[in-house]
Design a protein around this ligand. Sequence first.
Ligand SMILES: C[S@@+](CC[C@H](N)C(=O)[O-])C[C@H]1O[C@@H](n2cnc3c(N)ncnc32)[C@H](O)[C@@H]1O
Length: 250
Amino acid sequence: MAVGYQEEYVRAGRSLKRALKRSSLRRPLRAVKRRADELALVFASRQDRRHALSGPRQAWRVKRDYQISFLRDAGLQPQHRLLDLGCGTLRGGIPIINVLDDGHYWGVNAREQALTAARAELVDAGLEHKRPRLIHGSDFDLLHLGVKFDVIWAFSVLPHLDDAVLGGALRCVKEHLANDGRFFATVHLGSSKGGGSWDEFPDLRRPLDFYEKEAARADLEVLDLGALSELKHPPNVVNAFHHMLEMRAA
Ligand SMILES: C[S@@+](CC[C@H](N)C(=O)[O-])C[C@H]1O[C@@H](n2cnc3c(N)ncnc32)[C@H](O)[C@@H]1O
């Protein structure tokens, strides 16, 4: 019964969003929401504030728990080496670092501010001794780590890369993936290219065949594992409809 109510609630929210999208009130309402979010952040906890740099403040715990749980289900082992592309504030990274052997987690992120929050998060979690490498950079073509990874991970990242940056990210994946390594990435699938923006980044919806073609250019094969909501992600949380792609060397 409770689930029924929840579904109704989510459905009502979606139709309200659709109606607002078409309405002339869209812009002023967005501005009000932005202000309200900024104000709420002033009173939010330290962790809520940090992870607001990685996505909606209210969802960071779910997103954290989901990332490690997906990776464990996919077979992540302590001895594996993992490269987290767009690791952000370590919203997902902290439990991954906790599971992996010392020095086996590498994270790359474009925004220094997020990495500063990530380092604070690491200290608070008492995980500095795990010696994760946190690298500041936004041009994946410049990343040559000289290490092969069993798992490369990009959660809520590919939709924020424009086409040229995405191409670089896929070449970077190909260069750093171990022979039997796997790259998992969430994407917002849609029948045609479109989308908006998130902070200073684009927020892009793209068709699956676009990712397949881009991956083929980098000698990678793509498998669509399905929507996150079909992969144990709570259905009523932001971006549950995003898909998880798995890529391997072709
Ligand atoms: C939505 S956040 C997700 C963070 C993290 N993966 C998580 O799920 O907690 C997207 C992250 O991608 C990073 N990003 C965007 N473009 C990037 C680029 N070209 N290189 C590295 N990081 C990038 C942003 O700085 C941001 O921290």
